[in-house]
Design a protein around this ligand. Structure first.
Ligand SMILES: Nc1ncnc2c1ncn2[C@@H]1O[C@H](COP(=O)(O)OP(=O)(O)OP(=O)(O)O)[C@@H](O)[C@H]1O
Length: 276
């Protein structure tokens, strides 16, 4: 059973987004609705350009919706940003190349004005949580892509965010590293009780990391389908062997691409079976 706290989760209500650049007008989102209770994990999947990142950027207060309301912990994204209740991790999360990993992980705390001893302690804790202990004094260029992404997650975790907004955080990684980080993220989510909204192109990643997978229709994007993933929060790699996992995959594939083409029935004629 998934514990749901009463603190307030994330809420997207009737959100629309129109981008205007000179003459060019792009309707990215229309009438989007999504409720993510506190402590729950949700993913957004959908065709390229359907507005997944736009929804995430609205919650992260990077862009303002042209209509509707977004709430994060019961307050506007701007208020949540000021209160530092959420952290954003994206595929392009960058590490400053001239700073060692520890100093990079401390960066958010430094900007927040946290004193040196406290930020060192919290950065070390986060580094341990993501499994990078021993690499505090390495430069980003000395780490693999997966390790750098873990460092980006550690940096996000130092602020102890109640909400994690993740935009294709593992998109640039190979399959094996990606799966490993999926399960590390699950452990971290359980330990921190954070509420997650993840954008991903991977159906299996969405199932592994979510209580709810929201499917978006092609542009203009809206939430067209939702699948509740009933695996609870005690998940192990074995979940992929559960027949229910395949059923969720099929349902999501169907929601994304329509029904799978049925194989053309083989036509057997007398000559098919003719023997010489
Ligand atoms: N800053 C912007 N100015 C103008 N148009 C934009 C801007 N950002 C996104 N768009 C447009 O809005 C639509 C949705 O883009 P968005 O990046 O949200 O989609 P997405 O589903 O995240 O795509 P992908 O899966 O390819 O990353 C696209 O048509 C895109 O061109």
């Amino acid at each position: 059973m998934v514990a749901i706290s009463s603190e307030g989760g994330m809420s997207i209500r009737d959100v629309g987004m129109v981008y205007r650049r000179g003459e060019q007008v792009t309707t990215a989102l229309v009438g989007c609705n999504l409720e993510i209770p506190a402590g729950n994990w949700a993913s957004l999947i959908g065709a390229s350009g359907c507005g997944k990142s736009t929804l995430l950027r609205i919650l992260a207060d990077i862009v303002k919706p042209t209509s509707g309301t977004a709430l994060i912990g019961g307050v506007s994204p701007a208020e949540a940003r000021a209160a530092r209740t959420y952290a954003l991790v994206s595929q392009q999360s960058t590490m400053l190349p001239w700073r060692k990993i520890l100093a990079n992980v401390e960066l958010g705390l430094e900007v927040a004005g946290v004193d040196k001893a406290d930020r060192r302690r919290r950065a070390e804790e986060a580094i341990e949580l993501v499994g990078l202990k021993g690499f505090e004094q390495a430069f980003p260029s000395e780490l693999s892509g997966g390790m750098r992404q873990r460092a980006a997650i550690a940096r996000a975790l130092t602020l102890k965010p109640r909400f994690l907004l993740m935009d294709e955080p593992f998109g640039a990684l190979d399959e094996i590293t990606r799966e490993k980080l999926n399960f590390e993220l699950l452990r971290i989510l359980k330990e921190t009780s954070a509420t997650l909204l993840l954008v991903t192109h991977s159906i299996s990643e969405a199932i592994i990391l979510s209580d709810t997978v929201a499917v978006m229709s092609p542009r203009p994007g809206r939430i067209s389908h939702r699948v509740e993933i009933g695996f609870g929060h005690d998940r192990t790699a074995d979940m992929r062997d559960d027949p229910q996992f395949a059923a969720y995959e099929a349902e999501l594939r169907h929601a994304l691409h329509g029904p799978a083409p049925t194989a053309r029935p083989a036509v057997h004629t007398a000559s098919t079976y003719a023997t010489a």
